[in-house]
Write a protein that binds this ligand. Structure first.
Ligand SMILES: CC(C)(COP(=O)(O)OP(=O)(O)OC[C@H]1O[C@@H](n2cnc3c(N)ncnc32)[C@H](O)[C@@H]1OP(=O)(O)O)[C@@H](O)C(=O)NCCC(=O)NCCS
Length: 332
């Protein structure tokens, strides 16, 4: 019997309609379009305005998009992994609700949280289940309603994040396509540099924590930037070397969309030409768990069967890594 590899066989995505542009942010905090564009590459982001809708709304839409495009029977899905840092609720898995709502009633589901690396880690998890032969259709969704945790008076943070969702289906492949190698890392040194300090077991919610805005995401941007540049570039370089890939062997880099300068640094270390670096940060900002599948969805038409793709991400915690995957289909 041939070895089983885990391939991505379908992609879907969803972003909310409301556009929060740099121009509008200028009216909310002391910032300007030029500063945001040169420091981050972001022009606008999407925001889920409905106060009564959580991350599950975005995730369901993305999954339904995938199901419709790929003409999949949701009853055949074995497992749903919900990569998110903004679950609907602290307890009662968002993935479980999403799976039921999309009709994947034969699946089991759970949430996976590794900040901005949630989707990358989820790829590893989904692939491992498929490669083991245990499950045949694993739906991996990356979704975040970042606007629910962003403080829109904090100009260093609110300019970066947006809301969105993307989904991919992992299935067995017998021709060697799909996930080839991964290098995933984490380091608790990052715990204090990018976090929501209250609302967890360490500092449960009180009137005080609400008053002090401790339920919003805060970051030491400069420190996060430094670690992100170094680690994303190191991980990507390592995965190339380990797989004897030269820059010419790489068809695409799919990087986490946190900051265009971080992406440029990673691509620079890999000596990749700009045309191979897939980016949509200018339109969506950093959607945390959704950036990688949103990129796949936007550029799906460019990806060809057998293409070598390097994924790279960095997130709070710190968490980071790189994955080498061979694309498995041509878009119809
Ligand atoms: C947040 C980030 C864009 C800030 O860029 P930076 O070049 O590091 O800028 P600094 O934080 O050094 O701030 C420089 C100046 O701009 C100011 N500034 C910060 N945000 C600003 C904004 N939105 N508009 C205008 N000025 C701003 C600062 O107050 C500072 O002013 P000062 O020199 O008078 O103190 C950048 O650090 C970054 O992208 N970090 C990584 C964040 C990230 O990716 N997080 C998610 C990880 S997955």
């Amino acid at each position: 019997m041939n070895t089983i590899t885990a391939a991505i066989t379908a992609v879907g995505a969803y972003v909310p309609d409301f556009v929060l542009s740099n121009k509008v942010l200028e009216t909310m905090v002391d910032t300007n379009d030029e500063w945001i564009t040169t420091r981050t590459g972001i022009k606008e982001r999407r925001i889920l305005k409905d106060a009564d809708k959580g991350t599950s709304f975005l995730a369901i839409k993305a999954a339904q998009d995938l199901i419709a495009k790929a003409n999949i029977d949701p009853l055949e899905i074995d497992m749903v992994i919900m990569a998110t840092a903004t679950a609907d609720m602290p307890v009662a898995s968002t993935g479980v609700y999403v799976a039921t709502e999309i009709g994947a009633t034969n699946a089991f589901a759970y949430d996976l949280q590794a900040a901005c690396s949630s989707f990358l880690y989820g790829m590893s998890t989904a692939a491992a289940y498929v490669q083991s032969g245990r499950y045949k259709k694993v739906l991996l969704i990356g979704a975040d309603k970042m606007s629910s945790i962003v403080d829109y008076t904090d100009r260093a943070t609110c300019i970066i994040f947006g809301d969105g969702a993307g989904a991919v289906l992992f299935e067995p492949n017998y021709d060697g396509l799909g996930l080839q190698d991964e290098y995933l890392r984490s380091d608790g040194v990052g715990r204090d540099f990018l976090k929501i300090s209250a609302g967890g077991s360490l500092l449960p919610t009180t009137e005080e924590t609400v008053k002090n805005k401790q339920h919003n995401i805060i970051q030491d941007g400069k420190t996060v930037f430094k670690y992100a540049v170094t680690n994303m570039a190191d991980a990507s370089e390592l995965i190339l070397k380990r797989n004897n890939l030269t820059k010419d062997d790489v068809n695409w880099l799919v990087p986490h969309q946190a900051n265009k300068r971080i992406i440029d640094a990673t691509a620079g270390r890999m000596e990749l030409e700009e045309s191979k670096v897939l980016m949509n940060i200018e339109r969506y900002g950093n959607t945390t768990s959704a950036t990688l599948p949103l990129v796949l969805n936007d550029f799906e038409h460019l990806l060809k069967k057998g293409d070598n793709i390097i994924f790279a991400a960095f997130g709070g915690g710190f968490t980071w890594g790189s994955i080498y995957l061979k694309w498995a289909y041509d878009k119809k």
